[in-house]
Design a protein around this ligand. Sequence first.
Ligand SMILES: [Fe+2]
Ligand SMILES: [Fe+2]
Length: 132
Amino acid sequence: MAEDRSNELIAEQHHHLRALAGRIKQASTRDDIAPLLPELLSSLQVHFAAEEGPGGVMETIQEAAPERSRQVEALVGEHRSMLGTVGLLLSEDLSGDFVATAHKVCDELTRHEAEENDLFLEVLETDIGGRG
Ligand SMILES: [Fe+2]
Ligand SMILES: [Fe+2]
């Protein structure tokens, strides 16, 4: 079923992103983190586009539970915010602490994916690999 394939793809992306975020969290210097950021940005762009696109998890949740649209909008807003932060880290225009900001965006991603997974699970009773 097409929907199963799409959920499988999303779950694979979640697995990849979790591993990448784990590597960034383990790195403690700007020199170790910076080379991982282009991959983080492109993986997030691909992942968020898949989630927000036609047949993606956001549309699936909206269709199954229109009353949860505010939660879906909040999750989509978090996508924009995380992309903005990673973009800032890459642009070197960041005013705050580089390592702390990179670690914070990884924590935000972990929390976001867990919340997204819980919402999906609650509405559709399907695990999309966003939590552990
Ligand atoms: Fe998401
Ligand atoms: Fe996700």
